[in-house]
Design a protein around this ligand. Structure first.
Ligand SMILES: Nc1ncnc2c1ncn2[C@@H]1O[C@H](COP(=O)(O)OP(=O)(O)OP(=O)(O)O)[C@@H](O)[C@H]1O
Ligand SMILES: [Mg+2]
Length: 246
């Protein structure tokens, strides 16, 4: 088994053509070791969501490679990439994306059902317990708070024990206390389960839960910071914003 959960090589994504070409990603090389928590930060438009979409196989890079668990998946067709997303990549969105007419326990088991597999009820129960929602298992999303819904979404993304869990601003819609609970769940999945997490965030406090921060500017890696603190990250972000507006 590869020690690297996710790797991108010369990852490039351009949109449009001619004078209207936008280089959302201009050649990114990054590797994420198993069992690590990385935050991806950068000014608006720096390519963070494009990076996650390419890594998840939702979008195809213009150039470069994407390797998941050591397997080059760049040229996989749509059917194989759908299976990849279902089985080996967990995705958590800012807006939760739970099915409103399914209970928490049914939402968590959904990836297995979509894959035509038996739902492992014991694992679903353990995951809901892990995110602190054992007593809310049969609630519909509409009767859960935002933070509780996001924790259901994380439990669902962990169901298949994916190679990597990708999260696009998972705390963006939450107040700071609720955000801390969600970040604690992500941190715990790394510490206890050996999960690999890559999280896009604008929030220096959220980034401080990660082992390392990767900064993107104009579709390029502009720096990295190990053992980030909220203050150090905020300082670096202010500096990067100056670079962009300059
Ligand atoms: N489908 C698309 N068509 C054309 N341009 C796009 C498309 N998607 C993204 N872009 C452009 O690519 C660049 C990077 O976008 P991306 O969404 O990755 O930024 P981001 O870092 O996630 O920003 P934010 O912090 O605002 O979410 C931007 O200039 C954006 O306008
Ligand atoms: Mg984005």
């Amino acid at each position: 088994m590869s020690d690297t959960a996710l790797e991108v090589q010369d990852l490039t994504r351009t949109y449009g053509s001619g004078d209207n070409t936008v280089a959302a990603l201009a050649g990114i090389d990054l590797a994420f070791r198993r069992g690590t928590f990385t935050a991806v930060m950068g000014p608006s438009g720096s390519g963070k969501s494009t990076f996650l979409s390419c890594a998840a196989g939702l979008d195809r890079p213009t150039r470069g490679r994407v390797l998941v668990g050591g397997t080059d998946v760049t040229d996989w067709d749509e059917e194989r990439r759908t299976r990849l997303r279902r089985e080996r990549i967990g995705f958590v969105f800012q807006g939760f994306h739970l099915l409103p007419y399914l209970s928490a326990v049914e939402n968590v088991g959904l990836p297995s059902r979509l894959a035509g597999k038996r739902v492992d009820r014991e694992r679903v129960r353990q995951l809901l317990d892990r995110v602190g929602l054992a007593d809310r298992a049969h609630h519909l999303p509409g009767s859960l708070s935002g933070g509780q819904q996001q924790r259901v979404a994380i439990a669902r993304a962990l169901l298949t024990a994916p190679d990597v869990l990708l999260a696009d601003e998972p705390t963006g819609a939450l107040d700071s206390a609720t955000a801390r609970q969600v970040l604690g769940v992500l941190r715990g999945s790394v510490a206890d389960l050996g999960q690999t997490v890559v999280m896009v965030t604008h929030d220096p406090v959220a980034a401080s839960y990660a082992d390392e921060v990767v900064f993107l500017v104009d579709g390029r890696v502009a720096g990295r910071m190990a053992h980030p603190t909220a203050d150090a990250v905020a300082g670096q972000m202010a500096h990067l914003d100056e670079l962009v507006s300059a």
